[in-house]
Structures are given as C-alpha cells and as structure tokens.
Design a protein around this ligand. Sequence first.
Ligand SMILES: Cc1cc2nc3c(=O)[nH]c(=O)nc-3n(C[C@H](O)[C@H](O)[C@H](O)COP(=O)(O)O)c2cc1C
Length: 224
Amino acid sequence: MSISLDQYRQWLAERHSVRAFTPELVEHGLIKAIFTAAQQAPSNCNSQPWRVWLVRGEACERLRQQLVTAVSQGEIYPQDFTSVENFSGLYRERQIDCARALYDAMGIERTDKPARLDAMLRNYAFFDAPQVLFIGMNKAFGYNNALDVGIYVQSLVLAMHAAGLGACVQGALAHHAPLVRQFVNMPDDVGLLTGISFGYPAPTPANSARTTRANFDEVVTVIE
Ligand SMILES: Cc1cc2nc3c(=O)[nH]c(=O)nc-3n(C[C@H](O)[C@H](O)[C@H](O)COP(=O)(O)O)c2cc1C
C-alpha cells in the first residue's frame, strides 16, 4: 500500500485542532483500533514509555465538573513536569497568531477579557467531549523519552483523524495534575504530560479556526 507525498501532505493539512464536540461517545471497538494503530509509533529502544488513561461517559462528566469548578475558583496546582509558558520573540508572535485565529473564528475581541476567560475554561470542560485521555510517562525519564511520547501523541491524533474523529492536544490539562492524578489513580512514579479531548467534531465557529505554518527556509538549514 502506498500514497503519494502530495496526498499525504494534503491529508495532514486537513487535520486541525477540534475544540467543540458532539455528545456521541466513540465506541469501544473504534477506540481500541485507534490506540492499536498509534502503538506503532517508534521510540528509543522500543521502550514505548507512554502511559494512557481514558476517561469516558459518566466518569468524564464528573471529572469535567471537578476541573471546571477548581479552575473557576482560581485554584492553581503544580505540574508534574516543568514547562515554558511565556514565549518571547518569534515564538510569542506565533502564539499570538494562533490565539487570534481561534478568537477571530469564535468572534471574540482581543480586548474582551471575560469572553477570553470563558474560552480558556472550555479547555477544562474538554470542549464538551464525552471522552478525554491523559498521557503520562515515568517521572525519572528525560527529554528523549518525552520525544517518544510526542511522536506517540501525533500518531494517535492522526489515527483519530483517519477515523473521522477530531482531537485537541491540551497542555492546559496538565496544569491541574494532582486533581487528574487522583481521579485516574495514577501511580506515584508516573507524571502527567498532557491531556487530549477527542470525539466527533461539532459544527461550531471554534472548529473553523485554522493556523498557518512557517516556510521551509525559516526552519531548515541545508549544509552541502
Ligand atoms: C503539546 C500541545 C499542547 C497544546 N495545548 C493546547 C491547549 O492547552 N489548549 C488548546 O486549545 N490547544 C492546545 N494545543 C493546540 C495548538 O494550539 C494547535 O495544535 C496549534 O495552534 C496548531 O493548530 P492546529 O492543531 O489546528 O493545526 C496544543 C497542541 C500541542 C501539540
């Protein structure tokens, strides 16, 4: 089986983050097929360091309530892994562009702080998805193992795309690690890296947001 590079590029470009979902649950058989496909991701020494917790249905509803309540009350919990939240320079510009694409699609003015706060809170409501997953790895692992998990995450998101589902990888869901850890009964030696809301995309303005990408010359240095 083979597809052309052009077809692959077009198919990749069709994927975008989905931030509104219908209430329809993804059935167990399809979930298993998607995760089985993603398990093909390569990793250092084939260590497959990712650990996944899938929360669906009524449990997802309970966790949604708990997270939204905690975040709305301004509770801030530590993350399991350190991360850079404040970009500068080029990276800050890209961060602003991506926020603008979403807010423009949703009709939110840059100065409308309450609306932006509501949009941020949608992260913790899993964008209404009836299922969400959390991905972790051993706390003792380093950047090379986190790379493995990143490759796994992309494999998973693309498997969902192939199945006609939408997904949003959410660093925000690692911001309240203790609450999530307790809910899913995560072992002490595993740290939470990210969460992913996924399901069937709902036809809403938020899902019409599209982002751009840097050109080849901005990214690749060729030495010959
Ligand atoms: C590691 C990672 C963390 C992200 N965290 C969030 C998040 O917390 N909330 C959110 O709405 N989108 C989040 N995103 C989605 C990005 O904003 C999105 O992938 C990027 O703007 C490119 O847009 P696209 O996915 O539509 O192509 C995250 C993506 C990645 C890969």
